[in-house]
Design a protein around this ligand. Structure first.
Ligand SMILES: *Cc1c(COP(=O)(O)O)cnc(C)c1O
Length: 472
């Protein structure tokens, strides 16, 4: 292929993707609506794509930009001069490193646990899985969906000798509410425990939200914070920050190895060789917006979020699960229609909203992350929701076929082999040519089936699905 043909092919491939710009994709992507900032980010990404963050002395440009970003974040999050940090590849890496730093700071604990509310992001489960730290999940308040400080404190005491970390969200992804960080910090400080605040999605919004509950380094006892730049800092994908209140808290995050014949490996993050592109792009976009620019974007975003919340409350059959503290809205139905059908109907109208499966007895919901670029089109979004609800109510809530449900319930997730999975694909109408999976136009029947599957089975089914998707 010629270069021009290759670019054409890349453009053609992109057409199947969700749009990253325009404010109509309400998960996965974040759009400032400022074309100049996007252009700047892409330019910096290309300029630095070939640089390597492996060795900060070999590419001092990357070290300077990382320190600049950490200093900016420290200011915005009200940290003192002791606050230090690292740029990582994303929220999950920041969280894995926060857990690793906490675990390795207590090497005497042979069976470490972390205490988290049930609403904590699944990245903590991933960190637990990778690092062999158990999670103790504590129920949240059933009405406010916020962590229950007394129950969290009781869990800290129940596992006294084993706790290496306590974590909470600002805000939680699924409901957009901030956990009571001050009360949690009082409980962790008096016990000498680390408290990580997961502000991956709120770290670049809450600093500019008036009347936001206290959650950042102003709260004594907060020992680390994760804040993603590739979400509400509106930078290209691939950058998050992990900040520690004090360098002592970070030391065990680092890794060095001199035990091989090559260069001495010295890493601050999980990645070793890492592109400087995302870091440079984040540096450029953060310079461009600055504190004032983000204040403006957050005003727009929060105005849009409030309009969306009010609008949803005015729609028949829909409600907002809990008034959010940030720019994330969870929407539920009264049972006259189901959220999975609504999601499909919204997609037909050019809007992507994200289904969230039922959890611990609570019903499935829709997740909407509002970007600055979404704010102006909230009336159009509400129109699309209204039309989708009418159509979904007319169709009626989706009913999972009893045989399929029985088949799903009889499967032992630990014993899900290829043949069983093939059978399920057939029954679910997902079997494509030659043993591969075919992703259907309408996701509602699949989502509804997954929703009734016990979580362990849902995980096993999705892993099998991913395995089939990723066979060239
Ligand atoms: C997005 C998010 C994460 C994970 O971040 P990735 O960048 O997707 O790895 C963790 N916590 C919260 C609250 C998030 O919103």
């Amino acid at each position: 292929m010629t270069p021009a043909e290759i670019i054409d092919r890349l453009a053609a491939l992109r057409e199947a993707d969700l749009p990253t710009h325009g404010g109509r994709t309400l998960a996965y992507v974040y759009d400032s609506g400022v074309a100049e900032a996007d252009e700047l980010g892409r330019h910096a990404l290309a300029m630095y794509g070939g640089t390597n963050g492996l060795d900060p002395t070999a590419f001092p440009s990357l070290l300077a930009m990382e320190n600049d970003l950490v200093a900016f974040a420290r200011g915005v999050l009200h940290g003192g001069p002791d606050v230090v940090g690292s740029a990582t590849s994303g929220g999950t890496e920041s969280i894995i490193l926060a857990v690793k730093a906490a675990r390795d700071a207590m090497p005497e604990v042979s069976d470490p646990v972390m205490i988290v509310p049930t609403t904590i992001h699944a990245a903590f489960d991933k960190a637990a899985h990778y690092l062999r730290v158990a999670t103790v999940k504590v129920d949240v308040d059933p009405v406010t969906f916020r962590a229950d400080p007394a129950a969290m404190a009781a869990a800290m005491d129940d596992h006294r000798e084993r706790v290496v970390l306590v974590a909470a969200s600002a805000p939680s992804y699924a409901h957009g509410v901030v956990d009571p960080i001050e009360q949690l910090a009082a409980a962790t400080s008096s016990r000498g425990l680390r408290l990580h605040v997961d502000a991956c999605i709120g770290g670049w919004v809450l600093p500019w939200v008036e009347d936001a509950p206290a959650w950042d380094f102003r709260v004594p006892g907060v020992t680390s914070i994760s804040a993603d730049l590739h979400k509400y800092a509106y930078t290209p994908k691939g950058v998050s920050l992990l900040l520690h209140a004090h360098p002592d808290g970070r030391r065990t995050q680092f890794f060095a190895s001199a035990d091989w014949p090559g260069y001495t490996m010295l890493n601050s993050t999980v990645q070793s060789t890492k592109s400087g592109g995302p870091l440079a792009a984040a540096w450029a976009v953060v310079q461009y917006f600055g504190v004032e620019g983000y204040a403006r974007l957050v005003r727009t975003t929060m105005g849009g979020t409030r309009a969306l919340v009010d609008g949803v409350e005015g729609l028949e059959h829909l409600h907002v699960v809990v008034p959010p503290d940030s720019s994330l809205v969870a929407v539920g139905t009264d049972g006259a229609c189901d959220v999975f059908t609504l999601g499909d109907l919204m997609l037909e109208r050019g809007w992507f909203v994200q289904p969230q499966m039922g959890f611990r007895g609570g019903p499935a919901t829709l997740h909407l992350s509002v970007s600055a670029a979404t704010a102006a089109s909230v009336p159009a979004l509400l129109d699309a929701l209204r039309e989708s609800v009418i159509e979904a109510v007319a169709a009626g809530p989706i009913v999972v076929d009893a045989n399929l449900r029985a088949a799903a319930e009889s499967i032992d997730p630990a014993a899900l082999d290829d043949a069983t999975f093939d059978g399920l694909l057939q029954v679910a109408g997902l079997a494509g040519e030659g043993g591969v999976v075919a992703v259907p136009e309408r996701m509602a029947p699949v989502n509804a089936l997954l929703d009734v599957a016990p979580p362990a089975l849902r995980e096993a089914l999705l892993v099998a699905f991913l395995d089939r998707l990723t066979r060239p």
